[in-house]
Design a protein around this ligand. Structure first.
Ligand code: PBG
Length: 326
């Protein structure tokens, strides 16, 4: 075989400088969104066992954590709240005195440049752990919508920059958009958890947020892993309802869905690198079975390569530090 009979792709891989020059997908700290779990009380930092390095934090500590994130270049946080008391309608979700609402205000005060996004859902606030109002064995879609809108408005009143509904109720983006507009928050964007799957990879999050359903599961509202085209319909629905940013969640087992959404739609696309994806790498890293940092960067790069503009990740600070080291 003569060497001019085949393409010489290795020519461009021979030096670190050239590899760097030709990098197609460079991650930057500004595309990461860092999730925080806030609880009531003060001085509280409770480690989340399956997510080494991630803690439940009271508002004061969440403020410190946000400053640490900002220092590493992370510009945005996504807040989840864990209330003291839960009830059947998740009334804590819209309470101005709850941890999330107080955290939003405290973070915006301490770090005005930080872009604060809130997760809008009822599952952390309901005693049954479902994402909406339960009627019989079902979640009542339309009865849930006003409660989600009220929660979103309470976040905006506290100073949130963006709200992100994750309950997978039909019409949730439209209901929240209308609620925000009525309350004079027409400038606050909505990031829809558009294609959210019923995933085993949320396991550690449900421990972190104390939000596991007490009966049944979420398959009557979240999507089945087999569904690719249906995901496009979910995205279209969110766009019709006025979503400013769309999302695919989880990320790793759904890179094809991210890719497809990024090619079909010109709206900015977020991907959620979920708790179970974090835990797997953390656990294998701790066991010495995998190089944790390299695996983390490889996964984040794959999500970007698939077409995500924003990546929600528990690794945001670590990855930003890794990038800054060069
Ligand atoms: C709330 C919500 C969940 C996650 C984000 N928002 C859990 C769920 O739907 O059960 C999961 C995030 C993660 O696993 O990191 N509805």
């Amino acid at each position: 075989m003569n060497s001019d009979q085949y393409p010489h792709l290795r020519r461009l891989r021979r030096s670190a400088t050239l590899r760097d020059m030709l990098n197609e997908n460079r991650l930057s700290a500004s595309e990461f969104i860092y999730p925080l779990f806030v609880v009531n009380g003060s001085g509280v930092r409770t480690p989340i066992e399956p997510m080494p390095g991630i803690d439940q934090m009271s508002v004061d500590i969440a403020v410190e954590e946000t400053l640490r994130a900002a220092e590493s270049g992370v510009k945005s946080v996504l807040l989840f709240g864990i209330p003291n008391d839960k009830d059947s309608t998740g009334s804590g979700a819209a309470s101005p005195d709850e941890a999330v609402q107080r955290a939003v205000a405290a973070i915006k005060k301490a770090s005005p440049e930080t872009y604060v996004i809130t997760d809008v859902c009822l599952c952390e606030y309901t005693d049954h752990g479902h994402c909406g109002i339960v009627a019989g064995n079902d979640v009542d879609n339309d009865a849930t919508l006003p409660l989600l809108a009220q929660a979103a408005v309470s976040h905006a009143q506290a100073g949130a920059d963006m709200v992100a509904p994750s309950a997978m109720m039909d019409g949730q983006v439209a209901a929240i958009r209308a609620g925000l507009n009525e309350a004079d928050f027409s400038d606050i964007p909505v990031m829809g958890y558009s294609a959210k799957y019923a995933s085993a990879f949320y396991g550690p999050f449900r421990i972190a947020a104390d939000s596991a359903p007490q009966f049944g599961d979420r398959r009557a509202y979240q999507m089945a892993p087999s569904q690719g085209r249906e995901a496009m319909r979910e995205v279209e629905a969110d766009l019709e309802e006025g979503a400013d940013i769309i999302m695919v969640k989880p990320a790793l087992a759904y890179l094809d869905v991210i890719k497809e959404a990024s090619m079909r739609f010109d709206t900015p696309l977020a991907a959620y690198n979920v708790s179970g994806e974090y835990s797997m790498i953390a656990a294998a890293g701790q066991a010495g079975w995998i190089d944790r940092e390299r695996a983390m960067m490889e996964v984040l790069t794959s999500i970007k390569r698939a077409g995500a503009d924003l990546i929600i990740t528990y690794s945001a600070i670590e990855a930003s530090k890794f990038i800054a080291r060069g």
